[in-house]
Write a protein that binds this ligand. Sequence first.
Ligand SMILES: NC(=O)c1ccc[n+]([C@@H]2O[C@H](COP(=O)([O-])OP(=O)(O)OC[C@H]3O[C@@H](n4cnc5c(N)ncnc54)[C@H](O)[C@@H]3O)[C@@H](O)[C@H]2O)c1
Length: 336
Amino acid sequence: MKVVHSSTYDIKIGKCSLQTIQHSSYSAIAILVDEHTKTNCLDIFLKESQINPKLIIEICSGEEHKNISSCEQIWQQLTNAKFDRKSLLINLGGGVIGDMGGFAASCYKRGIDFIQVPTTLLAMVDASVGGKLGIDFDNLKNQIGLFKYPKGVYIYPLFLKTLSDRQVLSGYAEIVKHALIADKNYCHMLMETSIEKINWEETIHHSINLKNDIVESDPFEENKRKILNFGHTLGHAIESFYLKKEKDILHGEAIALGMYLETELSPLNIEKKKEIQDYLKSNFNLVDCPSLNQLLPFLKHDKKNEYDNINFSLLDDIGSCSYNNDLSIEKIKAIF
Ligand SMILES: NC(=O)c1ccc[n+]([C@@H]2O[C@H](COP(=O)([O-])OP(=O)(O)OC[C@H]3O[C@@H](n4cnc5c(N)ncnc54)[C@H](O)[C@@H]3O)[C@@H](O)[C@H]2O)c1
């Protein structure tokens, strides 16, 4: 088993990780699932962890359910089952379950403990690390939320076996992002390796280490943590645009296109831009790009913006990223 130490919690990765969950001190335990993690992951989780939950809370899967009405269902069920402040919520699922379950736990009775058991690649390498929690509101991604660390993150890579190739590729986009912003050698190694040949335990571990180092240096995203937003300014706008259109698009798919576009905005020479963009184009199924006019309403709501400019984190090399690049709409127009 591999362990990454964060300031207040550990991220444990490997086959035995679930066996190490500390749960004996809680008055009651609930497990939050959606219909897919209930079918594919819950039995394995219960068998490996030996946890005997008082309550299983099932929420409909999908980004469209990452909202306040799903939170109400969670709070109602916890209340009905008389969960007190010494209870624990275990979030067994992808980034939607992790973000929303962590948020719901942090508000219930002013906050109960929660742990993350991510079951998608995206949640393993990204969503479950770093303490960002929240829900969508008014068609805006993660509009309501907070920062709070879980009691622990337990990653069991075997959960990936039941995940579709499309979902795996979506998570892989965040692995590539971590490499592009923070580790040149690792990035070249990924660019030369086909996804079928990846050793997931090693790759998840390395990717989490990169993210964790960045988060630890700036937990509340005042400075350096902003580099994790590479690909996300346009990526989130693309995701919000399609969410409103009720088109099925995955987070990593939006981010892959966001990284492609933000590479174009980055102060890189033409060869380097081409190297990165060719890689993204041939390894990810880039979704159709909406027009700038279609994205502008969402870009203007981005939480990072100040004044009228749009805030970007941009690559200044492979493995190196700068933040607080405020670009005017005119400048962004040039790449569309
Ligand atoms: N908090 C953060 O720092 C952070 C970072 C990145 C993304 N996110 C958020 O994460 C969310 C996306 O997460 P996601 O890509 O994991 O999507 P998701 O949670 O919607 O999961 C994807 C689908 O896979 C299913 N699933 C989950 N595990 C499975 C398994 N082992 N086998 C079969 N099916 C399984 C789910 O039921 C769902 O249908 C977005 O809401 C995004 O905003 C948060």
